[in-house]
Design a protein around this ligand. Structure first.
Ligand code: 5GP
Length: 205
């Protein structure tokens, strides 16, 4: 029995190198879910294995700025010299269809979503230690050393804003982290403020 029609907006953040992408993959690989991923737009260059339209929409700075002017983003931010943003049309469409929409975005953008979408759920993924984060950023081998340093510094600032989220999930193990996120999503669905009104309506029918 489905008590709420509208989908849930789930915002996942965490410092660069924490493994958000792998946790997200493990989450989407789980059975019986209704999750969709909101593909962001960015001006950074694709990494090896990244596919345009699947991982990001890769655009020029001019194209990105045109989208800002046309108010096409739910949120956007600059991160280590590149633009990143969530196209808003798809998000609304998916929520209307009752899907769980997952945004994987940095903190500044997440706080913009917090202002606009009062019923969204905010999850911050943390590493088991700072060393684990640094080692992972370095071993990923996708960024130049100075970018790694900038991302690590940025990570320290992001940690300080984790208290603005609803949940913290430690990525000590990818599957455990994905399990915890799924548990949060299920619990959020059962919240009284999301279900009570529809349930009472259903009883009357
Ligand atoms: P990366 O370059 O490692 O793919 O992403 C850098 C940071 O930008 C990550 O923290 C990632 O979550 C964030 N990010 C990805 N897409 C968006 C977006 O649409 N908006 C915002 N604000 N951040 C994003």
């Amino acid at each position: 029995m489905k008590l709420n029609q509208r989908g849930l907006l789930i915002v996942i953040s965490g410092p660069s190198g924490v493994g958000k992408g792998t946790v997200r993959k493990a989450l989407f690989d789980m059975k019986n879910h209704n999750l969709v991923y909101s593909v962001s737009m960015t001006t950074r260059s694709p990494r090896e294995n990244e596919v345009d339209g699947r991982d990001y929409y890769f655009v020029t700075r001019d194209e990105f700025e045109k989208n800002i002017q046309e108010d096409k983003f739910l949120e956007w931010a600059e991160f280590v010299g590149q633009y990143y943003g969530t196209p808003k049309d798809k998000v609304e469409e998916f929520l209307e269809q009752g899907k769980e929409v997952v945004l994987e975005i940095e903190v500044e953008g997440a706080l913009q979503v917090r202002e606009k979408m009062k019923d969204a759920v905010f999850i911050f993924i943390v590493p088991p230690s700072k060393k684990a984060l640094y080692d992972r950023l370095k071993s990923r081998g996708t960024e130049a050393p100075e970018i790694i340093e900038q991302r690590f510094k940025k990570a320290e600032n992001e940690f300080n804003l984790a208290y603005k989220y609803d949940y913290i999930v430690v990525n000590d193990d990818v599957n455990n982290a994905a399990d915890r996120i799924m548990a949060i999503i299920r619990a959020e669905h059962a919240r009284v403020e999301r279900t009570f009104h529809n349930y009472m309506k259903m009883l009357e029918e």
